[in-house]
Design a protein around this ligand. Structure first.
Ligand code: ATP
Ligand code: F1X
Length: 304
């Protein structure tokens, strides 16, 4: 079973308008209120790929209920922990450019946070994989991800982590199955800048040398690079019109992990991963199965 962990879910309020005038009343052309948070997005794509999974995390208030009701209606397996304060609402403004306003998230009571960790003790290293994705509410201890990772590695449970900065760096020695920073996040991680795709290569390799089993560096419309202990591969992105790229990185993670756990073929998993990312970028909500299948054929993987 794959478990996704979203410590800080959100309702994503996606608004489309021709342009955004600061200091004025702006009239929205079209809007969507979607369940969000990185792990939840991964779960929703895994469901499309028919990969069994359970979504874990913290939900609270009317916003938490909205997300829970949506996921139940989609027949997702969920096992959320309830908190007093309401789950955040993240605003994603599409006005030619994409502007995001992400909330802090609710207060998580210390006892609830401690209790949440117990779920990981029941996992089976033979068959369970845990995907940790997204930010954590400020009230959780600074080292909360580190604590989860320690529990998982003590039990030899495979994990994936999608976070940035020190949290990502600290996770590498524990051999995550996959990490997926985008090229900006990778540059920031190593305090550098990239002018060309070649510049990315030594830093992607560093992720593997530091312990990651696989690393995908996504570059939005410019495709993605897969780093493995055996080689480095580039994948192109399919053609299409971008509607809403929120969740495209999460869709990539679902595509890779969902396929790899079934096939143990990293290149096939990379192909599906890119198709999932792009199918989500071309849709209003996250991608649907038929949209993903239609794009897989357009992805070509080449060794670098
Ligand atoms: N303009 C685009 N055209 C085609 N595919 C795209 C585009 N933007 C994103 N994608 C797809 O989504 C994948 C992930 O995009 P990106 O590199 O922006 O990741 P990300 O920053 O983690 O995404 P996000 O944080 O928005 O979920 C890309 O590798 C690609 O497959
Ligand atoms: O604030 P975080 O946790 O870093 O990111 C949250 C978020 O931007 O990530 C998802 C897209 O990847 C959205 O559904 C959600 O709003």
């Amino acid at each position: 079973m794959i478990y996704t962990v979203t410590l800080n879910p959100s309702i994503d309020y996606i608004v489309h308008l021709p342009s955004l005038q600061l200091g004025e009343v702006n009239r929205i052309q079209e809007d969507f209120k979607l369940p969000g948070g990185k792990g939840i997005n991964v779960s929703r794509i895994l469901n499309q790929l028919e990969v069994e999974n359970t979504a874990l995390g913290f939900l609270g208030g009317f916003t938490g209920k909205y997300i829970e009701d949506w996921l139940v209606a989609e027949k997702s397996n969920i096992h959320f922990t309830h908190v007093e304060e309401a789950t955040r609402i993240n605003v994603k403004i599409k006005s030619g450019v994409e502007t995001e306003l992400n909330g802090q998230g609710p207060h998580i009571e210390a006892a609830v946070a401690e209790d949440f960790l117990k779920q990981f003790d029941a996992l089976n290293p033979e068959e369970d994989v845990v995907i940790l994705a997204g930010s954590k509410p400020a009230s959780l201890p600074e080292d909360y991800y580190q604590t989860i990772i320690q529990r998982l590695t003590d039990k030899q449970v495979t994990f994936v982590i999608d976070t940035t900065g020190e949290e990502l760096k600290n996770a590498l020695p524990y051999h995550p199955l996959l990490v997926k920073p985008n090229h900006h996040e990778l540059a920031e991680l190593y305090d550098t800048t990239f002018q060309t795709d070649e510049d990315i290569l030594p830093y992607g390799k560093k992720l593997i040398e530091s312990g990651a089993q696989f690393a995908i560096i996504s570059m939005a419309a410019k495709g993605a690079i897969l780093f493995t202990p055996k080689g480095v591969y580039h994948g192109n992105v399919p053609k299409g019109t971008v509607r809403n790229s929120v969740g495209s990185g999460d869709s990539m993670i679902a595509g890779f992990v969902g396929t790899y756990t079934k096939t143990h073929d990293p290149l096939e998993a990379f192909k599906v991963s890119i198709a999932c990312g792009s199918a989500t970028a071309f849709a209003d909500d996250l991608a649907k199965r038929e949209e993903i299948d239609a794009l897989v054929k357009q992805v070509t993987i080449s060794q670098l």
